[in-house]
Design a binder for this molecule. Structure first.
Ligand code: CAA
Length: 257
């Protein structure tokens, strides 16, 4: 089954991955997670693609969560596997992806759907988007990294309120608390998101990859040391030589892919 559309914008060096299960509000089932994993693995090696946009089809949902119908009869062992495999195959893969990943939230981003957006490096939303982690209402907690990533983005107090109440918040509130970086009208979402992606694409790809890795460790005790190592490794790249030469020669850098 094909649950994703893959739209390559060759000139812009951007790929748009559209999650396509509109009858289930794009809920993530295991097949879809595998398809996304495969697609990301391929993109990670494609030098001509410099950034990735993940969005949902239709104008109702980005992703309304993990597929509840799929896990309704699970026990402890399967629950653990659901969480661990999902993180390994998709959520952590996005968080540590070697190119910038932008979540373009075009409607509901709930549960695993918001966790997917939290794994991305930045989040952009339409005016009608609604975001929440309703897992406690199902007798669960967020299992795809939501309890870890949400507090890092919006702070402990607001994250606890969102998770413990399970309430949905609208795009303007999400923007006010820094959960989404920008809000655009729905008809402009992709065009404006591509514009942001293009501004990443003018930078050295090795720098972007190293910055993502270092920032991801900013709350870990070894974050400082990871930053120094990532920083030092860049000195051997031709893109570093180009960036510095361009500055000294008062011109724009032309980075290798
Ligand atoms: N899983 C499976 N199916 C889902 C789904 C989900 N997360 N969300 C929506 N759907 C399905 C509905 O069952 C429905 O299917 P049928 O037509 O076959 O009944 C279809 O999508 C349309 O949904 P609704 O009729 O419910 O649409 P609505 O407009 O009335 O409500 C909604 C929209 C408020 C988003 C509601 O669908 C909803 O609350 N969805 C569930 C949200 C949720 O709890 N997400 C968290 C999942 S748990 C999780 O993600 C665990 C984790 O961290 C790992």
């Amino acid at each position: 089954m094909n649950h994703i559309n893959y739209i390559q914008k060759t000139e812009e060096h951007v790929v748009i991955i559209e999650i396509n299960r509109p009858n289930h509000l794009n809920a993530l089932n295991s097949e879809l997670i595998l398809e996304l994993e495969k697609s990301l693995d391929e993109i990670s090696h494609q030098k001509e693609i410099r950034s990735v946009i993940i969005t949902g089809t239709g104008d109702k949902a980005f992703v309304a969560g993990a597929d509840i119908k799929e896990f309704k009869d699970f026990g402890i062992k399967q629950g653990l596997e659901l969480s661990q495999v999902g993180k390994q195959k998709l959520f952590n893969k996005i968080a540590f992806f070697n190119k910038p990943v932008i979540a373009a939230i075009n409607g509901y981003a709930l549960g695993g759907g918001l966790e997917l957006a939290l794994s991305a490096h930045i989040r952009i939303a339409t005016e009608n988007a609604q975001l929440g982690l309703p897992e406690c209402s199902l007798g669960l907690i967020p299992g795809y990294g939501g309890t870890q990533r949400l507090p890092r983005i919006i702070g402990l107090g607001l994250a606890k309120e969102m998770i413990l109440t399970g309430k949905m918040i609208k795009a303007n509130e999400a923007h006010a608390i820094g959960l989404v970086n920008h809000i655009f009208p729905k008809e402009e979402l992709i065009e404006k998101t591509i514009k942001i992606a293009k501004s990443f694409n003018t930078k050295s790809p090795e720098s972007l990859c190293a910055a993502i890795k270092s920032i991801n460790h900013s709350f870990n005790k070894d974050g400082d040391s990871i930053e120094s190592h990532e920083f030092s490794k860049l000195f051997k790249t031709t893109n570093f030589k180009e960036g510095v030469s361009a500055f000294l020669e008062k011109r724009k850098p032309i980075f290798n892919k």
